[in-house]
Design a protein around this ligand. Structure first.
Ligand SMILES: [Fe+2]
Ligand SMILES: [Fe+2]
Length: 430
């Protein structure tokens, strides 16, 4: 049972003119919009919306309570359903810790408004998964073969055809003589890709001060390395969309992946880290190895997913025990073979291995973002429960629990738009 009250962080829709701002209101990029202590006016709310801000920290005496809280508005039967689902989802975590209490509250707050008597069974199934997972008949791989990491990587590399533009990007970025114009020229050859890059950098999530109309301008403003990372990430994303829907629906998979990228970038912004695009792409690709396992070992993967649904175990541990390697190692090796930047491959390779030698601050942010994304209930990559947190990692990353509602609101505000740009509108061209 999770009990929480609204603190100072309040959704913009619930803020009324005349309320007082408790802490500075800033854009995603850290630009100050309104100083702490200011009385909020209707005009401030309008500007905040333009900048994609979804909530603000207001002084407690003006925060809404009681009926404004969607969890408190639920009828008792539905509250029981929500509590049981939350207990199941957070069963691998230390639910007494302030971090998980806050995350569970944010999960409930997000789900409560969608829960009705009529749809409660469907909502629970959406988050827990269907019951048929243990009975997968079709598999694309030969499951009588003992799994072998390098053989699987080689097989995948030979089978998967990445778009031509991907290989050209690798070539042009590997050439020290290449200029930013060369990179723009390569990207411009793929109209769908360049369109999506432009829509992405012009989205409220990027919060750029002015509209970017051309690729060369995007390269200048966002940076050559960042744009090529984005281009590689989007190209790989569009290649992987053919895994059995019995095990994982591709929409859910990319919603999870993208939300990890979004959360990682938000955490990096809060920590003023300079590598935000790489983190965004790291999140987008972090579970790519899971897709390869689900595709080649569908039957055994289905049994593992069913086991992890019926018992509070971590799917990552089951998979490592059976295969002898994890989806993170597999994903990292694949990216290395495809010659994506090593820092990106390392992030993917180590995103579950705590205390690994590759554990840079970036890898830790991906791991934390993965936990937050699971906790907020955005899609899944097979595993549906919230992974356990090493609280020292959270603290050492310089993050505060009071940041969680802001992360949740910014993710909610941007994810739909980004899903459309990166995953759903693949054929869309400007
Ligand atoms: Fe993972
Ligand atoms: Fe994940």
């Amino acid at each position: 049972m999770f009990v929480e009250i609204f603190m100072g962080i309040v959704s913009l829709d619930e803020i009324k003119p005349g309320m007082t701002l408790a802490t500075d209101m800033r854009t995603n990029q850290g630009r100050l919009l309104l100083q702490a202590g200011s009385k909020i006016q209707a005009e401030h709310l309008k500007i905040a919306r333009i900048w994609g801000i979804t909530q603000a920290d207001i002084t407690d005496d003006s925060a809404p309570t009681g009926p404004e809280n969607p969890i408190e508005r639920l009828d008792p039967e539905l509250k029981k359903v929500l509590d049981a689902l939350t207990d199941w989802k957070f069963a691998c975590c230390d639910r007494e810790s302030p971090f998980y209490r806050k995350l569970a509250f944010l999960f409930q707050k997000r789900i409560a408004s969608t829960l009705t008597r009529k749809n409660s069974r469907k909502v629970v199934e959406k988050y827990r998964g269907p019951k048929i997972l243990g009975d997968v008949k079709q598999s694309r791989g030969d499951e009588s073969q003992k799994p072998h990491l390098e053989k699987l990587v080689d097989k995948e590399v030979s089978l998967v055809t990445l778009p031509d533009v991907f290989h050209e990007i690798v070539e042009v970025t590997g050439n020290p003589k290449s200029s930013s114009t060369d990179i723009s020229n390569v990207l411009a050859k793929d109209q769908s890709l360049s369109s999506r890059i432009l829509r992405l950098v012009n989205s409220p999530f990027y919060g750029l001060m002015s509209k970017v109309d051309t690729l060369s301008r995007a390269v200048t403003i966002v940076g050559t390395v960042e744009i090529t990372n984005l281009a590689m990430g989007i190209s790989i994303t569009s290649t992987f969309n053919d895994v059995s829907s019995e095990l994982v629906n591709m929409h859910d998979f990319w919603e999870h992946s993208l939300s990890v990228g979004v959360v990682a970038k938000i955490l990096a912004t809060q920590n003023k880290m300079p590598v935000q695009e790489r983190l965004f792409v790291g999140g987008l690709l972090h579970d790519i190895g899971r897709l390869v396992l689900l595709k080649n070992y569908s039957r055994i993967s289905g049994k593992m997913l069913a086991f992890a649904t019926s018992r509070p175990v971590n799917l990552y541990d089951l998979e490592t025990k059976y295969f002898g390697f994890s989806h993170s190692e597999l994903g990292g090796r694949l990216l290395e073979q495809w010659k994506v930047p090593q820092a990106l491959a390392n992030m993917v390779k180590s995103h579950h291995s705590r205390s690994s030698i590759d554990d840079s601050g970036e890898t830790i942010l991906i791991r934390l973002a993965d936990i937050i994304s699971h906790g907020l209930g955005y899609g899944h990559s097979g595993a549906r429960r919230v992974p356990p947190l090493d609280y020292n990692e959270w603290k050492n990353a310089g993050l505060s629990i009071t940041a969680l509602p802001v992360v949740a609101a910014q993710t909610e505000n941007n994810l739909r738009d980004l899903m459309r740009i990166i995953v759903e509108d693949q054929a869309h061209a400007i």
